[in-house]
Design a protein around this ligand. Structure first.
Ligand code: HEC
Ligand code: HEC
Ligand code: HEC
Ligand code: HEC
Ligand code: HEC
Length: 194
């Protein structure tokens, strides 16, 4: 989308002021609970889209074992970040399940060293776009994980299935305007760039 020049300057100007405040009290940097890894702690992918990960994790096998998305991404309905389970929560099962698998041996070695698995981020806004996004509001509004991340139940490691562009956010906000209070919040720049 094209943004009027005046607005752009206004926005970038206020983004600068806001960014100073947000580095002091960043709400997306709230310390994650000890059992999970907060998104900023995840490593950036080498090329922005790679699914190369330190362990050949498989979403499919866990969904087939009847685990829910929220069993692992347990803050998606409660907080800004969905979060990724820490290695200790993986080991609650894998100290007994598939212990002979080379991938689980690697996992156990991270746990023994007291290190988290350095998962690479798949979805991440550039810091200079100053986007504010929250999982909680979308899950409460019953937007499905699939709408925003594709069919993860069939995936091994996560892939960049959906392009989270501004136009894509706006398309949905425009059609669900009545769910916002007031409805003008749906398209207000400050809703996503505060
Ligand atoms: C409305 C779209 C939307 C929905 C619905 C959504 N996500 Fe996300 N998700 C995103 C965006 C956007 C990011 C990147 C956020 C960023 O860079 O700050 C993200 C990032 C993530 C991350 C990595 C960073 C983090 O927040 O910890 C995980 C894991 C994740 N989503 C899982 C889920 C799961 C599981 C669900 C369903 C319960 C879900 N998401 C629903 C848009 C969505
Ligand atoms: C509730 C129990 C449970 C938890 C928690 C769990 N897993 Fe699993 N995991 C399984 C099951 C069941 C399988 C499938 C085993 C099979 O194929 O027989 C599996 C398979 C795997 C495999 C494939 C192993 C192979 O060689 O086939 C990997 C890798 C893996 N898990 C990693 C993880 C990681 C990393 C975590 C933490 C983020 C985790 N698991 C958390 C139960 C669990
Ligand atoms: C057994 C735990 C487990 C379950 C269950 C699980 N995930 Fe994940 N998820 C992970 C791990 C570990 C990663 C990091 C590795 C990767 O990127 O694949 C991850 C990564 C992701 C990412 C990429 C986050 C980013 O930006 O890097 C998304 C999106 C995601 N999961 C969505 C889902 C959805 C949707 C479901 C349910 C269909 C689900 N997950 C079920 C453990 C799990
Ligand atoms: C498929 C539909 C859909 C998509 C895609 C979507 N949203 Fe939303 N968004 C909603 C709905 C519905 C609400 C809920 C409004 C409420 O609960 O008040 C919402 C609420 C929000 C809120 C909270 C609004 C407030 O009043 O504080 C923010 C922030 C937000 N979205 C940002 C984003 C961003 C950024 C993206 C793109 C990365 C995005 N959304 C993509 C449907 C969507
Ligand atoms: C529903 C959420 C949403 C609303 C409302 C929104 N934006 Fe955005 N905007 C985004 C997202 C998400 C990105 C980042 C897209 C990407 O990384 O590809 C973005 C990116 C931008 C960028 C580019 C920043 C960069 O450096 O890449 C500008 C400029 C911008 N928005 C201005 C605006 C203006 C002005 C408004 C009000 C007219 C507005 N936005 C309203 C979600 C939103």
């Amino acid at each position: 989308m094209t943004v009027p020049k005046g607005l752009k300057i206004l926005l970038l100007g206020s983004a600068l002021v806001v960014s100073l405040a947000y580095f002091k009290a960043p709400r997306w940097d709230r310390p994650a609970p000890a059992s999970s890894i907060s998104a900023p702690a995840l490593q950036a992918p080498a090329n922005g889209t790679t699914s190369d990960q330190p362990i050949a994790f498989t979403h499919k096998a866990h969904i087939e074992a009847e685990m829910e998305c929220l069993a692992c991404h347990e803050f998606a309905d409660k907080a800004v970040q969905a979060t990724i389970p820490g290695v200790e929560s993986c080991m609650t099962c894998h100290s007994a399940i598939k212990t002979e698998s080379p991938e689980i041996i690697k996992l156990a070695q991270y746990a023994e060293r007291g290190e988290e698995v350095p998962w690479r981020r798949v979805y991440k806004f550039k810091a200079d776009a100053h986007v504010y996004f929250t999982h909680k509001r979308h899950i409460k509004a019953e937007v499905s994980c699939t709408t925003c991340h594709g069919e993860m139940e069939k995936a091994a490691t996560a892939q960049l299935n959906v392009n989270h562009s501004m136009g894509w956010c706006l398309d949905c906000h425009r059609t669900s305007e009545t769910k916002f209070k007031p409805p003008s919040r749906a398209l207000d720049c400050m809703t996503c760039h505060n």
